[in-house]
Every structure is written in structure tokens, then in C-alpha cells.
Design a protein around this ligand. Structure first.
Ligand code: GLU
Length: 298
């Protein structure tokens, strides 16, 4: 049996769709559609403090206006708490978790810097100090050496304990951590390949670790270069990236296609022509294998 390709686009509704997320949407879409596969959309609304009112609908309307067609129902992470709780229970039963009482300040004062911030020094591994109570839940990483082969970023090998440390799966504010929610959802949705920005490359080893602990299959991974401004900052709401306009969508779609190093002929005159060329001529091997590309569109 050949498994059908299934990809996804998983925006966080922190603001309108901007150029950087359009590139991730487009690459994941073309990668799926060029193989006759499915493309799912998942709204990652598990972090209410970071969300902007109306952003989910706005992103979906923009995708629609640009001519993206998703398969199946949209999944909202805010409605998936039962599944995340079940995964936490399973990790807890397997002895993979411990409660952590440390504050952010205590951790930054006592740790070495890792690939993405301080490496948790394991202070609460044997239980919080007397008189302190657990705030967050962390997962053990001792001995976890994670290797995977990324379609664009090549062979990646990370030692989780020394490069990241035991990481949080349920936050001190009670919210489920991104790493847990994404792992559970990619598996539940049967995603065969995750195509996303290389700003998430360093999250992948943690997600594979959780897959291993939960007995879930590991999908393929393909991390695209991220669009950055001249200062090297990711184009996002924080860097005031202009939202993608839906009034005249062809130029921005062509810009996103150029970012992916595809070479469309001059004169694609409407959305129909754009999509049939882009899907029919998608060449993933042309995509740059760098981690970021400076763009002048903002
Ligand atoms: N929701 C994440 C973001 O918008 C992407 C998660 C993912 O693709 O795994 O940055």
C-alpha cells in the first residue's frame, strides 16, 4: 500500500497572514498538490495571550482569496485539549515527566546557554525543593540523541539533554506547550511530511523525542529558508511586516514563488494560470537550502 502524501499549514493567529507565512503556506501546498496529496490547515490557537482578535478568520479568508484549497475540516487547537491531556497522562504514566518549581529568573541565573535559550539544569528532576510547588511539567531528555534528515537542511543530529535540556510540555500558566500540541496533532492528522520555516528546525528534535515517547510515527521534515529583513529579523507582526493583500493577489504569490526559486514564465495573467503552472512545475530541489533569505518586501 502506498501512503498518500498529506501536508499541512499550521498558522498561529497572532496577526494577519504576512509574506513569511505565505511562503510556508505556498511551499507546503505545492509539495502536497504536486504529488496529488492532501493539504490540511490547522489553526494553532493554544496561546490566547499571544492571539489577535479576528486573526484566525482573517488568515483563512486571505488563503481563500489567494486560491488555496484545503482538504477536510479546519482543526483548531483550542478544541483539542482532551487529546493533549491524554498525551500528558501517557507521558506521566511512562515516567517521562516531572513537575518543576523553577522560575524563569532562577533558570537563567543557573544555566548555560543552549541552541535556543538556557539549557534547563535539571534542578527539579528529583522533585521540587521542600516548600516549593511544581508550576510546569517538564519531560526528561537524558540520553536522547535525535537524528533526522531534513529535505532542505540536510542531516541534523542533536543531543537534547546538553543542547536544549528537559523542556516544558505544560506551562506554569497551565497552557499546553507548542511542542506537545504540534506533536499530538501532526500524528492525529496523519501528516506525512511537515513543511515549515527553518525558524522551527530546532523544535523538530524535541517533537521527535515526544513522538518516540508516545509511540507515534515520525513524519518527514522539510524546513524552508525564512524570509528576513536586512537586520536578519524574521518577517512577522513583531517586525511590522505588511499583511498580504487580497485585492491584487497575483504579484505577492509570484514573489513567494520567486522566493522558492521556481521559475515561472512571464505572463501568468490570473490565479488560475498561476496555480496550474505552480503545481504542475513545482521543483522542490530548486528551493534554497539556507536557513534564511533577506527580502526587501516587508
Ligand atoms: N504555529 C506555528 C507558527 O505559526 C507553526 C507550527 C508548525 O508549522 O509546526 O509559527
Amino acid at each position: 500500500m502506498t501512503l498518500r502524501y498529506r501536508g499541512r499549514f499550521a498558522p498561529s493567529p497572532t496577526g494577519p497572514l504576512h509574506f513569511g507565512s505565505l511562503v510556508a503556506a505556498l511551499a507546503s501546498y505545492l509539495q502536497a498538490k504536486a504529488q496529488g496529496g492532501e493539504w490540511l490547515v490547522r489553526i494553532e490557537d493554544i496561546d490566547p495571550p499571544r492571539e489577535a482578535a479576528g486573526a484566525s478568520d482573517d488568515i483563512l479568508r486571505t488563503l481563500e482569496a489567494l486560491g488555496f484549497e484545503w482538504d477536510g475540516e479546519i482543526v483548531y487547537q483550542s478544541r483539542r485539549t482532551e487529546a493533549y491531556r491524554a498525551a500528558l497522562d501517557r507521558l506521566q504514566t511512562g515516567g517521562a515527566l516531572y513537575g518543576c518549581a523553577c522560575t524563569r529568573k532562577e533558570i537563567s541565573d543557573s544555566s548555560v546557554q543552549g541552541i535556543e535559550g538556557p539549557v534547563y539544569p535539571g534542578t527539579c528532576r528529583a522533585g521540587p525543593a521542600p516548600g516549593r510547588s511544581a508550576r510546569a511539567l517538564r519531560v526528561h531528555t537524558a540520553g536522547a540523541l535525535i537524528e533526522f534528515d531534513d529535505r532542505w537542511q540536510g542531516a541534523i543530529r542533536r543531543d537534547l539533554e546538553t543542547e536544549f535540556g528537559d523542556f516544558v510540555v505544560r506551562r506554569a500558566d497551565g497552557l499546553f506547550a507548542y511542542q506537545l500540541a504540534v506533536t499530538v496533532d501532526d500524528a492525529a492528522q496523519g501528516i506525512s511530511e511537515v513543511v515549515r520555516g527553518a525558524d522551527l528546525l530546532e523544535s523538530t528534535p524535541r517533537q521527535i523525542h515526544l513522538q518516540n515517547l508516545l509511540g507515534l510515527a515520525t513524519p518527514g521534515y522539510a524546513h524552508l529558508p525564512v524570509a528576513v529583513n536586512a537586520q536578519g529579523e524574521k518577517l512577522s507582526k513583531q517586525t511590522a511586516a505588511t499583511p498580504v493583500t487580497t485585492k491584487n493577489p497575483l504579484p505577492v504569490l509570484l514573489q513567494a514563488l520567486a522566493f522558492l526559486d521556481q521559475a515561472p514564465p512571464a505572463g501568468l495573467g490570473n490565479l488560475g494560470e498561476f496555480w496550474s503552472w505552480a503545481i504542475g512545475n513545482w521543483r522542490p530541489e530548486r528551493v534554497s537550502t539556507t536557513r534564511s533569505i533577506v527580502v526587501s518586501v516587508t
